[in-house]
Design a protein. Structure first.
Length: 257
C-alpha cells in the first residue's frame, strides 16, 4: 500500500521549528488529516527541548482556504473537534508562535492566524470570513478571532463575508504587521530573533499573563500577578539575566550568532 503524502511538514533549525502546511492543490484546506498532522507537529515542537520559537507557514499561493468542503460534504462533523484542538494548542502553546502568512486566508485559515502570537503577511494578501456565504457560521474560529478584533470589525466582516486586505487586517488586530512581499522573510526573522532573546520560562509566563491577565477582577488580578512576579524574580533564569546584564554579556539562553 502506497504511503499517503504528508500534508504538514516540520523543519528544525537550531532553536526554531518551522511547521509548514503543504497541501497547495486545495489551498491548504483544513481536512481532518491535515489538522491531525498539524496537531501532531505542534505537540512535537512543544515537547522538543531544543525548540524555542515556532513558525507556522504554508506553501503555494494561499495560506489556508478554510474547511475542506469536499470532506464536509461527505462528513460534516469530521474536522470540527480537531480544529478546536489545533486552535487550543496554538493559543496555549508555552513557546511563542509566529505566523508567516504566505498568501490568502479564508475562514478557518484566519482562525489559525488569530491563535498565533505574532502574524506577518504581505500587503497584497487578502482575507475573508466567507462562512456565511456558504450557509455556515464562523463558530470555532470566533473564539481566537474575537479576542483579537474590535466588535464593530467582527460584525462587519463576520456578517458580510467581504474581502479585506492585509493593512486592514493589521488595523483590526488580526495581523501584527503587513510588509511588501519581498520583505516577508526578513520581517518574520526579525520577530523570531527578538523572541530568542527572551528567557524561555519568562516567555511562557508572559504568554500566561497575556492570556489570563484580564479575565478576573482588578484586585484579584493584582494579587495573583504579584505572586507570579515574585516567583519569576526569584527564579534561576532571572538570576542569570541579572548576571548577564551586570557583566554586559548575553544571557545563556540567547543562541550564539
Amino acid at each position: 500500500m502506497e504511503a499517503q503524502e504528508q500534508l504538514v511538514r516540520t523543519k528544525a533549525d537550531g532553536a526554531v521549528t518551522t511547521i509548514t502546511l503543504d497541501s497547495p492543490r486545495n489551498a491548504n484546506a483544513l481536512s481532518s488529516r491535515l489538522l491531525s498532522e498539524l496537531l501532531a507537529a505542534l505537540d512535537s515542537a512543544v515537547s522538543g527541548q531544543a525548540t524555542r520559537v515556532i513558525v507556522l507557514t504554508a506553501v503555494g499561493k494561499a495560506f489556508c482556504a478554510g474547511a475542506d468542503l469536499k470532506e464536509t460534504a461527505v462528513n460534516p462533523t469530521a474536522a470540527a473537534p480537531l480544529m478546536a484542538d489545533v486552535l487550543q494548542a496554538l493559543w496555549d502553546c508555552p513557546k511563542p508562535v509566529v505566523c508567516r502568512v504566505n498568501g490568502a486566508a479564508r475562514a478557518g485559515g484566519i482562525g489559525l492566524i488569530a491563535a498565533c502570537d505574532i502574524a506577518v503577511a504581505p500587503e497584497d494578501v487578502s482575507f475573508a470570513f466567507s462562512e456565511v456565504r456558504i450557509g455556515v457560521v464562523p463558530a470555532v474560529i470566533s473564539v481566537p478571532c474575537l479576542r483579537r478584533m474590535p466588535s464593530r470589525a467582527a460584525y462587519e466582516y463576520f456578517l458580510t463575508g467581504e474581502v479585506f486586505q492585509a493593512r486592514r487586517a493589521v488595523e483590526i488586530g488580526l495581523l501584527t504587521k503587513a510588509v511588501e512581499a519581498e520583505f516577508l522573510d526578513a520581517a518574520t526573522s526579525r520577530y523570531v530573533q527578538a523572541l530568542l532573546r527572551g528567557g524561555p520560562t519568562a516567555l511562557a509566563g508572559t504568554k500566561e499573563v497575556l492570556r489570563d491577565g484580564i479575565t478576573e477582577s482588578f484586585s484579584g488580578g493584582v494579587e495573583r500577578m504579584s505572586r507570579l512576579s515574585a516567583a519569576f524574580f526569584a527564579s534561576e533564569e532571572a538570576a542569570e539575566g541579572r548576571a548577564a546584564f551586570a557583566a554586559k554579556r548575553e544571557p545563556s539562553w540567547v543562541p550564539a550568532s
